[in-house]
Design a protein around this ligand. Sequence first.
Ligand code: PMP
Length: 365
Amino acid sequence: MTHRPYNFSAGPATLPEPVLREAAEEMLDWHGSGMGVMEMSHRGKEFISIYEDAEATLRSLLAVPSNFRILFMQGGGLGENAIVPMNLSQGGQVDVVVSGSWSQKSLKEAQRYADARAAASNEPDGRTDLPPPSSWALRGGVAYVHVCSNETIDGLEMHTLPDLAALGCDAPLVVDCSSHILSRTVDWRRVGLAFAGAQKNIGPAGVTLVFVRDDLLGRALPICPSAFDYSIVAANQSMYNTPPTYGIYIAGLVFQWVKAQGGVAEMDRRAAEKAALLYGYLDDCGGFYRNKVAKDARSRMNVPFFLADESLNDAFLAGAREAGLLQLKGHKSVGGMRASIYNAMPLAGVQALVGYMQDFARRHG
Ligand code: PMP
């Protein structure tokens, strides 16, 4: 094999090969400093420059307005499920749009800190479509409305962020964009806060990005740990406590890679191309495989699919591994298969997957 296997993990996920190579080269000595990045003080000029570059590149890639703070935190998406209500709910009401497993978890966690309720849920429909915004039962006076804009397990994506103002709601929108950040532009006018774990489109697990509008700072509940109080983290440039320095460094390399590829617009174009190829085959394969998601709600990042004959699942996965196609097993709660095709997955990887699927169907159909 002349290339590494293609890795379809939902996260931690494949990273761009040039990023891994650069990190390997710099492992023992970053830019002649005599230190590896893991060995540097987060207060030293070397790491500060890595941090500032990462932040500035990310801000420019996503056109983050100056009234948003970018925080590099820890705790992951599930951590944010608690950190967000501790910072924004003031113990009041929170509406959550339940569109899949991750927003369901967000609702449950928010209920520990606030009067959180589902404004909509697609659970009764088997999570094969998104609840349309017109159906959301939003309460007046909620502290915020939470959505997950890409449901990693169910394979559902909001292709545009909801316009809460148009729904008559003036609360800030909180968006869990963990699994599709940097795959498309963000309409920041619609967002109060967005968060994303790094381990899909950004870098290693352990870094969580938070984009928070200035006016939402300073509302934390007294029980909120200082290290998770957005206003404290923001006032200290994400260095109130020791940040995940190595993860931030890798994220910075990934941001540079995205920029060199043509930025978020190019990631968007590639995502559309890869998704069209895979869904196109799933729709045209004659029923050997199936994706159950409504067409306009399909995720461009996470593509769950099922073999009509589930007794072939193990053979499918074993053959895939042999063909250099890794981590295609579906999430345990859903079963079947899932191909996660994040920014770092090249078109050639999706072509190889479709080729293998065709061949497997021919042999077993
Ligand atoms: N939200 C979404 C959309 C996710 O995909 C995940 C992880 N797969 C999480 C939250 C949870 O992230 P973590 O495991 O980093 O807490």
